[in-house]
Every structure is written in C-alpha cells, then in structure tokens.
Write a protein that binds this ligand. Sequence first.
Ligand SMILES: [Zn+2]
Length: 315
Amino acid sequence: MPFHVRKPGIRLGPIILLPVLLLVAYAWQSQSGGVRFALLSPATPTATATATRPPATATAQPSATVTRTATSTPTRTPTPTATPGLLAEPRTDYIPVLMYHYVRTVDATQDPLGYRLSVAPERFAEQMAWLHEHDYTPVRMDALAACLRAQQPCPPQPVALTFDDGYEDMATEALPILQQYGFQATFYIIVNFVGHPGYMSWEQIEQLRDAGMEIGAHTLTHADLTGLNPEQAWIEIEQSRIMLEERLGIPVTSFSYPAGSHTAELADMVHAAGYSNAVTTLPEKAIVHMYKIPRRRILGGETIAGFPWYLMPLP
Ligand SMILES: [Zn+2]
C-alpha cells in the first residue's frame, strides 16, 4: 500500500512525470521523422492509413468494367527519393502551377459562379499562345514531381497546366488548343462522374491519354475529404487511383483534393495510397511539400494583359 505511506508530492511526481516525459520525447521524435517522411520520401505508408484501410467492397463500384479489389492491389511500390532533403527548403525559383476548370463560354450575368470557373476558349487559346511565345515548357505534374525530387531534369521555364473535375470541354475545347502547341497538361478526374452529362466519357479521357496528357485522380465522388472519416477518405483516395489505372492502363500518380480541402493526415494518406504528388487550390509563394502543391486559379474573364501575373512569383 505505498500510496498510504508516501507523501502526496512524492507519490504523484514520478507517476505523472515519467509518462509525460516519455510521451514528449516520443512525440518529438515521431514528428521530426513524420515531417521528413511526408516531405521527401514516398516510402512506407503511415500508421494511420495502414490501420484504417478498409476493404474495397465498402463502396459502390461506379463502373462495371472495374473489377479489381483492394486486396488484390496493394499500394504500388514507391519510388525511392533520389535526393533526400530536396524540398526541406522551399525552392528559390518559382514554378507556376496553373489551375483551370471549364474551358467554355459562360454568360456572367446568367451564371456568375460558372463564369468564375470558366475560361473562354478564345482566352485559353491566347494564354497558350502567350506561353509558347515566351518559351514556357508545360510539364505534367508527374514529371514536375520527379523534377522536384531531382529524379529527372526540370525543363527550362516549367509551368504546370492542371484541369480539375473532368468536364467535357477538356476534350472538346482544351485538348485541340494544347495539341496545337504540343503542350502537355494534367487532368484530374472524378471517377464516378465519368460519362455523366457535362463530363468526359471514358473514350474522351482515353483521347487525352493517347495525346500524352496526364490523367490524375480527383476522388470517386468529389466529397470534401475533411468531412469524411478516415476509412471513407481512404476509399476516395485509393480507389480513384486504382479504378483509373484499371480502366486506362496507365499509372496514376497525381492527386487533386476536392475544393482543395486537406489536412496533414490526408496528405499522408495520399502519399500512402501511392501518389507522388497532390495539389491544393491555394496560391503560395513556393512549393515546399509534395502533397500540398499550391496552384494559381486563372479567373474567368482574365484578359491576356492580366495573364503574365499568374506566371510571376507572389509578392
Ligand atoms: Zn474539383
């Protein structure tokens, strides 16, 4: 009965202090290790993701052609990081990552939100011509990730062109203009929306793929991942990659958070699900984290006079 014998101060001190000290030491160690892991090396999945991985059968299969289950498709073998520490510091040179949604003509008075999300085809053509004239090299996000990790050289004056949601005008309007200049771009697909009115069909996505465009994942249902439990978020993240890979026969290594909503845990999950990079919707001064790559939204109605601003570093 030591509790009755000892004085209160002596009694409580060791009992409380020792676990607290151990906890602090552990937290410090795992945090520093965790940051390095998230930033630099697509190595082992996080404990969170591993522990919460649910069976693939938990979601509805949106496409009859996709039969693979999670048990038969574990996370791909990650690519080792060639240069640990590369992104421990922000890059000094600015690499713009531009974000588009629709390439279509919208009446601003009829549909203000749609107008904001849309760049008219003529405007888009002007912007691509400007990039061409100013010697920019559009680069896919998978290639940008590899160049940021020093796994392959970065092209001169790189710029990444990204398109969210998989709208039909990606194939009918954006693709022909990109092809005119031999430009590559990344298209993030919402898997369950493929073939729905206004969205690309699988055939159109294959057309993009065959033209050398990158196909990235934008979840199954475009749910805000921060509003889901970890099991649901994992399904959205991992299954969208698996289904796109199954249907298209190509690696899918780039991810876009719906509405840009993300957390540190989700970033780790995206990493664990086999992606090499992920984009947000927020502009920032530099790329410092491979799973939180900032983007600049090209506003609907942006004139060519305003376009160069998106290629300049933020003040
Ligand atoms: Zn979206």
